[in-house]
Design a protein around this ligand. Structure first.
Ligand SMILES: [Zn+2]
Ligand SMILES: [Zn+2]
Ligand SMILES: [Zn+2]
Ligand SMILES: [Zn+2]
Length: 294
């Protein structure tokens, strides 16, 4: 099971997030003596945590997507089937280009209490045979259901497929203990984000390191994607796919804030979305309708 309490490989980022190397990956810093480190959202100077492409949670460690301005949890990208990376061995540039559009928002997360959030992103299926339980990766994580058999005892980390079983099919022990610890971690995350918001500006040297790390990240994504596309995509810019508005945590959040600013209550905004049938959204034509965003 992924243990989120012991993180030894990387120093702590500017925002106070701790990450584990096998979960976060990442690119080496130019100076091996360097002890400061920036997680990817910090490299971009984000104050608020980004939105994950796959789930509703704002807590935890995020990675940049191969498309600029888009983000995903490190854990969501590792556990969502079909996700790839611009550079696989460092899990740099999270990509969902191999995932069908219709996968987003299709399944309802059975662990989410909010019916709208339950359809954000991608709910993944329990690994047990014919089981029909779907959950967000972070929701399964919260319940202690993730299985990670990555062996780190040797120098070489052997990455194995990661998966989860639902509550009925899990054989994980001590779920209650895990859930209690996770709740504590969530509280700490809330505090970490508040503290990060109030931090003073970076020093010149810190900012130089931040920019250097970001440039390495962007260069890596660009180089790797150029190698793969063989020049078939002009300018290396990936084609954006249309997506159901209510399957995107970020866009839903933005529209909701906008609606609230213009005097609509949260309930008034959310109510129509409860009626949208998404079990097979493919019949909805992609276009400039209220259900679709780009
Ligand atoms: Zn950070
Ligand atoms: Zn996520
Ligand atoms: Zn969920
Ligand atoms: Zn199951």
């Amino acid at each position: 099971m992924a243990d989120f309490t012991t993180f030894l490989h990387f120093p702590i980022s500017r925002c106070g997030i701790h990450v584990h190397e096998s979960c976060y990956g990442g690119l080496p810093v130019a100076d091996p003596e360097e002890t400061r480190w920036f997680c990817e959202p910090c490299q971009y100077g984000l104050i608020e945590p980004p939105h994950c492409e796959f789930c509703p949670s704002r807590f935890g460690a995020f990675k940049r997507a191969d498309i600029s301005g888009r983000w995903a949890h490190a854990v969501c990208s590792l556990y969502t089937h079909g996700v790839t990376w611009s550079q696989e061995h460092t899990t740099t540039g999270v990509s969902w280009e191999n995932l069908e559009n219709s996968v987003f928002g299709r399944r309802v997360c059975t662990a989410c209490s909010d019916k709208i959030e339950a359809r954000f992103g991608v709910a993944s299926r329990c690994e047990s045979g014919m089981c029909k339980e779907y959950m967000h990766v972070t929701c399964a994580q919260k319940l202690g259901l993730l299985v990670d058999e990555t062996d780190e005892s040797d120098d070489v980390i052997v990455a194995v497929p990661r998966y989860f079983f639902c509550k009925k099919h899990t054989n994980q022990e001590n779920l209650k203990t895990f859930q209690r610890r996770f709740e504590q971690w969530e509280k700490a995350e809330g505090r970490r984000i508040t503290v990060h918001r109030r931090k003073k500006a970076l020093s010149g040297a810190e900012d130089a390191l931040r920019i250097q790390m970001r440039e390495t990240l962007e260069e890596t994504i660009r180089e790797e994607d150029r190698g793969k596309s063989n020049g078939s995509v002009a300018g290396g810019e990936k084609i954006k796919q249309a997506r159901l508005l209510n399957s995107s945590t970020e866009f839903f959040d933005r529209f909701e804030t906008k609606a609230e600013d213009s005097g609509l209550s949260k309930k008034e905004f959310r109510d129509p979305f409860y009626d949208i049938k998404l079990t097979n959204a493919s019949h909805v034509p992609i276009g400039f309708s209220k259900e679709y965003i780009e």
